[in-house]
Write a protein that binds this ligand. Structure first.
Ligand SMILES: [Zn+2]
Length: 1136
């Protein structure tokens, strides 16, 4: 396949000031954006798998146990095998010619944190081109003239944006530089014992900020919103230069016994942010009434809560003790020597009380509220986000913003835990804030954003630094009249290839820079040359292979029938590449039970042909031709096959299946076709058939939450790890769709998804009539989404720092390159970056992420993602520029990884002490002196205590014996691939009231969320709670009868059938609005969540309450108030 060398999306020249945009300014909207919209979603199902209705496991496992057919009888299903094992070609052997990638960085021993030690790898040496070992710089001169990218640049224009904008701008602050040495917020702090009511509401500083020239105000751009697909306006295009102050400057530390009081005075105009009181949580913390009584709004909880707490819920704890704890001894909970917390349910030290607590009660409303933080950010930072400044902290992921790429990558592709990097290792260590990047290289853009333009240098290939091999980017500085460029990553000067030469203007900038995405944008793509391809050959379009378990369970549940019936619609949704009109991906089909069956679907055949490989010990590909075909050319044959498969296996009695040989079959099929691609494996049960990858049942949920949990959370055999490595080596990604009725050992079989950039979907107790729509939606979403195949990702940094630790779903055969058989728009990886030298304050930090991949049309391309950060010598600067959401995502991935190696208590203790260190250090070095009883938090991390508590009590980290081992493994894997927008909601679920919805408003919007606490709920309310995995609809017993009738079709909540997994389709505006909200939320998540109805005070309510993360957990996990007190104590301990 010869990739086209025409750029699919021409890069448009920014028009000169005052000129109307030409037609070239409007690249067509991304086809991905259009065609990947998840299809209509309907019919939610059941309650969360985790708490699934347990048909007794034994009764469903191996129902046919005593009626298995002898293996010899297996061939009777379906047409006679046309090929037997030994008739086929010999097993394909792995290509062995892959040379190991040269390692550029000599990373320390800790740098290969992922995967087994390298010595264990029997992975064939990679023949993937080293992204560092680029092709020769002086290729044949077939370089296309610059104007392929558009018109000649407006030469007579002043260079408004031409200076490699982000770097050369003066430090964007409105403080005099010297003030940076002071913790600005604290500089003028009034006395600390000011009564709380005197404090300003936390909101104020941010509002203030805007008046001082903060980030672009939403209405600033109202006159000219970027058109769809159009290049957003740039400063040089008639926009006034942006105010250059970074948004977080001058924010005071959080004030959090100063809640915004109703009717409290707004800030005085002109009041300087610095004048605001820092917040204090002073000694009254010691006398808290911790609000332990989670009195249910409707009154005391009734017996259903206690006795029948749902399938696997532990009984609720003695909340009454907690309530009545007044009058006991004061101060902080744990006794000296007592282990503070996190040693399991019930062990959290319960704060005790003082009489005076009554007077000085800490109102949870006075603690920092995530809802308030999100709303403030939405208010102050929505609109256009320009990436023209180094170290500019992006809006929160929950804020609706449109990115205007001006030299740094969109935060959708990469977010950093910090945007101001301390210059020394000592400073880093002292603060304890990790420097981490969370990277989603294939993230979707939103409506008005354009997809990264593709740059084609023809046979010259991408221009790179001669030393560090960084790719041409806005951070390269042209010198020597344009004949050389200096790399900001390694400082080396590289000669400009003749084909790439361009004169410099009087400011020293290349005159063609506006024509060249790689000189002005943060994210763009290069067409790769053959040197970047396997075996120096351009790839074929990738393929999708459906690998379907046709054993008894999948047939009985209706899965096989449903999947085959829907296949035609599913494969219509294969992704379409930028600029292409249709997908040219191929599809193939394999079925398996205790044997593996391949199908020839060549379009010229009258009927599909089946080939059975009975010898699963030695898998090979029996078909030379006709296995992979395009859906169009083989439409009739595929249709026939989809009719035959359910018939062939409809009477199956096979309950024992293989798994590993089936995946191997898919791998061999791809290799035989010289294709990369992905396998969608639809599997039903623990693979116990006699074959490679056979597993034993080691289910023991009692171990979860204990020191021994690793014994069920780590793989029982390395066979699936090895298989995963083999798959990565061939560019074969594996997604597992599991339909288990019993233990299936995700910890083991999930390794193949983990190593290959895939993921696991789980439909426990699947029934086609109930879960079918959700499942089909998931499959279609899966195959249609933007995806990169056969990828290698490398993170380069400027000197003085280097990436050391990597977390996510990929494989590493050296210490620098993440190998991803595929990575799609919903997946993120985390990378930790450490110092190996001192940085300078002037230069900043530069990061370049290069993703070499094969697009869904078979083009080999490089996506380049550039990010520049500032450096600082003062801690206060760091504490102004942290992104807490990214930090929590990073901590979560790191913790999940560490749980597989360490004692869970140690992992969690470590998170707590690290968070305490971060906050204590702020207190010590950045806050002005104050009494030790005051808790003072940095503004951008004021939610850290809450979020750390959410992280610790999440199912991924703490799921105990109330969940199954598979569910635990499932959520751990889910966290490992989560991007930041999803992790925010996973750890702090979204709770939206539905009872106040205004059905006559168009369009219907998802109501604003409320805090995750039962205290925020009312009896007559109806609430939807979701965390990306589960979706629960809580119905209060006092719900308005009209509402009830219109939405549920019955007048009283008592009459609602809560076993239903869908809401009735009623034809009235209110019902439409509710359905619309549910659908909108589902579309935001890449897995279709099933809907669980929960009626107030009934058995499922504890499950719902499990997700009210500000409250005390039923497993006695600490409430927000509890944990805040605990953190405060930890901080005081560190400081004393
Ligand atoms: Zn370099």
């Amino acid at each position: 396949m010869n990739p086209q060398f025409i750029p699919q999306q021409p890069f448009a020249v920014p028009p000169s000031q005052g000129l109307p945009p030409t037609h070239r300014m409007s690249p067509s909207p991304s086809p991905q954006g259009v065609q990947n919209m998840p299809p209509g979603i309907s019919k939610p199902n059941y309650y969360p798998n985790k708490y699934g209705p347990p048909p007794p496991e034994t009764s469903l496992q191996n129902p046919m146990h005593n009626s298995e057919l002898p293996r010899s009888a297996q061939a009777q299903f379906g047409p006679p095998p046309q090929s037997q094992p030994n008739l086929g070609p010999p097993p394909m052997s792995m290509p062995n010619q892959r040379p190991m990638m040269p390692q550029h960085h000599q990373n320390g021993p800790d740098s290969s944190q992922f995967g087994p030690p390298q010595s264990q790898l029997s992975h064939p040496p990679s023949n993937k081109p080293d992204m560092m070992q680029g092709p020769p710089m002086n290729g044949p001169p077939s370089f296309k003239p610059p104007n392929q990218f558009g018109q000649a640049p407006p030469l007579n224009q002043p260079p408004p944006m031409g200076q490699p904008a982000p770097m050369n701008q003066p430090p964007p602050m409105n403080h005099p530089p010297s003030s940076m040495n002071q913790p600005p917020p604290m500089g003028q702090v009034p006395p600390m014992n000011q009564p709380p009511s005197m404090n300003q509401p936390p909101l104020v500083p941010q509002q203030q900020q805007n008046t001082f020239g903060g980030p672009p105000r939403p209405n600033q751009y109202q006159g000219q919103p970027p058109m769809g697909g159009q290049f957003p306006p740039r400063p040089g295009m008639g926009q006034p230069p942006l105010p250059s102050q970074p948004p977080l400057m001058g924010q005071p530390p959080s004030q959090f016994n100063a809640p915004p009081l109703p009717g409290q005075q707004p800030p005085l105009p002109g009041q300087h942010p610095n004048q605001f009181m820092p917040n204090q949580l002073d000694n009254q913390m010691q006398g808290l009434n911790l609000g332990g009584q989670r009195q249910y709004p409707g009154g005391p909880m009734k017996s259903p809560m206690n006795g029948d707490g749902g399938p696997h819920m532990p009984p609720p704890l003695g909340q009454q003790n907690y309530i009545n704890g007044q009058g006991k001894s004061p101060m902080y909970p744990p006794m000296p020597g007592q282990s503070p917390m996190m040693s399991g349910p019930g062990s959290y030290p319960q704060p005790s009380y003082q009489q005076q607590a009554q007077q000085r009660r800490l109102d949870p409303d006075q603690m920092p509220s995530p809802i308030q933080v999100m709303q403030d950010d939405q208010r102050s930072r929505s609109g256009v986000f320009c990436t023209n400044q180094k170290g500019l902290v992006p809006p929160l992921v929950t804020t609706k913003f449109v990115v205007q790429d001006q030299g740094n990558a969109s935060p959708r592709y990469v977010r950093s835990t910090m945007y101001n990097v301390p210059i020394t290792q000592d400073l880093m260590k002292q603060t304890s804030v990790p420097f981490g990047l969370v990277i989603s290289p294939m993230a979707r853009t939103v409506d008005q954003e354009y997809t990264p333009p593709i740059v084609n240098f023809g046979e010259l290939g991408p221009v790179r630094c001669i030393r560090c091999k960084a790719y041409m980017c806005p951070y390269m500085q042209f010198i020597d009249s344009g004949r050389r460029f200096q790399c900001l990553f390694c400082k080396a000067a590289t000669e400009v290839p003749a084909e790439y030469f361009q004169h410099l203007d009087h400011t020293g900038q290349r005159m063609d820079r506006y024509e060249r995405p790689e000189l002005v944008l943060g994210t763009y793509e290069f067409m790769a040359t053959k040197d970047y391809c396997r075996n120096n050959t351009f790839p074929k379009p990738p393929a999708v292979i459906f690998v379907i378990d046709v054993s008894y369970n999948n047939v009985k549940s209706g899965l096989v029938n449903l999947l085959c019936a829907q296949m035609k619609d599913i494969i219509k949704n294969l992704p379409i590449d930028q600029g292409m009109e249709k997908s040219n991906m191929k599809v193939g089909f394999i079925t398996y039970n205790s044997t593996v069956h391949f199908y020839n679907i060549k379009g010229t055949l009258a009927a599909p042909q089946m080939m059975v490989v009975g010898d699963v010990q030695d898998m090979f590909m029996p078909l030379l031709d006709g296995f992979l075909c395009t859906p169009e050319e083989s439409e009739a044959v595929i249709d026939a096959l989809m009719q035959q498969i359910p018939l062939m296996f409809g009477d199956t009695r096979e309950t024992e299946t293989v798994l590993l040989p089936a995946i191997l079959a898919g791998l061999e099929a791809l290799k035989a076709s010289d294709c990369t691609g992905k396998l969608l494996v639809f599997h039903s049960s623990l693979p116990i058939a006699e074959a490679p990858g056979k597993l034993k049942n080691r289910d023991d949920r009692k171990l979860l939450g204990t020191e021994k949990e690793r014994s069920v959370l780590t793989p029982q055999t390395n066979a699936y790890n090895q298989l995963g490595q083999d798959c990565v080596g061939a560019g074969c990604c594996v997604d597992l769709f599991l339909f288990n009725n019993a233990y299936i050992d995700i910890a083991t079989i999930g390794q193949v998804a983990r190593y290959t950039g895939g993921e696991v979907y789980k439909y426990t107790y699947f029934q086609a009539d109930i879960d079918g729509d959700r499942f089909i939606t998931d499959v279609i979403t899966n195959i249609s989404k933007p995806i990169a195949f056969d990828a290698i990702m490398r993170v380069r940094t400027s000197t003085g720092i280097r990436p050391t630790d990597f977390y996510g779903h990929f494989f590493m055969s050296n210490t620098t390159d993440m190998e991803l058989a595929a990575i799609d728009c919903d997946k993120a990886v985390a990378v930790e970056i450490k110092h190996d030298d001192k940085l300078t304050e002037e230069e900043g930090v530069y990061v370049q992420i290069a993703l070499l991949y094969t697009s869904c049309s078979g083009q080999r391309r490089l996506r380049i993602i550039n990010l520049s950060l500032k450096t600082c010598s003062q801690m206060a600067d760091l504490y102004r520029s942290c992104d807490l959401d990214t930090l929590i995502n990073f901590f979560a991935k790191q913790a999940v990884y560490k749980l597989l190696e360490n004692n869970p208590k140690a992992v969690k203790d470590n998170i707590v002490s690290r968070a305490a260190q971060i906050l204590a250090n702020y207190r010590k070095n950045c806050a002005s002196p104050s009494s030790a009883g005051q808790l003072i938090l940095p503004e951008c991390m004021k939610l850290m205590p809450l979020y750390v508590n959410c992280l610790l009590r999440s199912d991924a980290l703490s799921g105990g014996s109330d969940m199954t081992v598979d569910d635990r493994s499932f959520v751990m894997q889910a966290v490992m691939i989560m991007d930041v927008p999803n992790s925010v909601t996973y750890f702090y679920p979204r709770l939206v009231p539905l009872h106040d919805i205004q059905p006559d408003q168009e369009p219907i919007e998802v109501p604003a969320p409320i805090r995750c606490s039962v205290e925020k709920m009312v009896d007559h309310g109806v609430y939807l709670l979701e965390n990306g995995i589960h979706m629960l609809l809580w119905i209060g017993l006092g719900v308005n009868p009209d509402f009830c009738q219109q939405v549920f079709g019955v007048p009283s909540p008592i009459q609602i059938d809560v076993d239903k997994v869908t809401l009735p389709k009623l034809d009235n505006p209110l019902a439409h609005a509710i359905h619309s909200v549910i659908d909108q939320i589902r579309v935001e998540r890449h897995r279709c969540m099933r809907l669980t109805l929960v009626r107030q005070r009934e058995k499922l309510e504890p499950i719902f309450k499990h997700f009210l993360v500000e409250d005390r957990g039923l497993d006695s996990s600490p409430s927000y108030v509890d944990f805040l007190c605990h953190m405060h104590k930890e901080i005081r301990t560190i400081l004393s």
